[in-house]
Design a protein around this ligand. Sequence first.
Ligand code: PCA
Length: 214
Amino acid sequence: MKPILVTGFEPYGGMTSNPAFQAMQTLDGSNIGGRPIVGRVLPVSMAKIHDAIGAVLREIDPAAVISLGLAPGEPVIRIERVGLNLADFSLTDNEGSWLQDKPVSGNGPAARWATVPVRGIYDALLADGIPARLSVTAGTYLCNACLYSFLEALDGRIPMGFIHVPMTPELVCEEIRAGRDKTDERNPPPSMELSRIIAAVRIVINHTVFTALV
Ligand code: PCA
């Protein structure tokens, strides 16, 4: 039985953790819907992400791919519908690169649709009491580049999707203490407990396995 690949990003932007990485790490080695879960970390680096994705696909040969990333300021689980062929950063990546108005892929189309059942995943999360929303952009930073590059590499052969997760309460505290939080005290940054984020990712995988895989 081919595994489900779950990717999570390393910390970035001065943060010491990334809940996307933590969720991936927790699920690595588990079993969801009868499928083994294999977790891998991805670099927050435009120079490295393309080759990292190629290497992990060759290594794992998955039945489906669910990629996870952190979206600071996001209050709910965010299901990305589309990857854009655009890299336009508002902060440097972990290698110090700052890209503006650049394509993710030299000769690809402007956008690629996620190939997981996004509407079904959304309904399944809400039915289980997990706040979620469908999103029309994964941004123009590394998470979007990850989604676009996976979709390009897979070319529709297997289901692939991207889930943005909120900060954990612990990460919000870290951001406030570091003075990086820009919101005022009556509107503190939103967060979601890691256990709930992990429960959400389990639902995403389970729904994908039972509706998109034979
Ligand atoms: N979030 C960033 C990149 C890595 C991550 O976890 C993003 O949304 O692009």
